[in-house]
Design a protein around this ligand. Structure first.
Ligand SMILES: [Zn+2]
Length: 141
């Protein structure tokens, strides 16, 4: 990851919610627009908006994942993510809304004083363009 000087580095928020989400692979389908939450900006949740392209094996978790296209991703235009990293944007989905609200309740008070963008640093991208949540990276696979 390239350090970005304009990004403040407050204490990263622990994220126990994403790893514990129970989301099946078929909860999503190709063509849907999703967001991967990465932090807070201007008092709202912030993340990368991407479009689901096709099923793809998520090697860090050895489970079915989705290949995503990030139009602003540059060298990382295509990444593969685990379904639990994704939140529906293209339709209002109760399961995803519950997760969104829980993330808001947890994060927004914590960064209430920050007007600028806060990247919580939960995600990295491997050399094989696999998006990995910090909790999955720690599992040693
Ligand atoms: Zn959903």
């Amino acid at each position: 990851m390239i350090p970005q000087p304009w990004t403040p580095r407050p204490t990263p928020a622990h994220d126990p919610l994403t790893p514990s989400r129970d989301v099946t692979h078929r909860h999503f389908q190709a063509g849907e627009q999703v967001i991967v939450l990465k932090g807070v900006a201007g008092g709202e949740l912030w993340g990368d908006v991407m479009r689901i392209v096709a099923p793809s094996w998520h090697t860090p978790t050895d489970e079915d994942g989705w290949r995503l296209r990030d139009a602003t991703g540059g060298a990382q235009t295509y990444v593969t993510a685990h379904p639990r990293y994704l939140v529906h944007l293209s339709r209002r989905c109760p399961d995803c809304l519950i997760y969104l609200r829980a993330m808001e309740d947890r994060l927004l008070p914590k960064y209430a004083g920050h007007d600028s963008l806060v990247d919580c640093g939960w995600y990295t991208v491997t050399a094989l363009n696999q998006l990995v949540h910090i909790a999955d990276a720690r599992s040693g696979r």
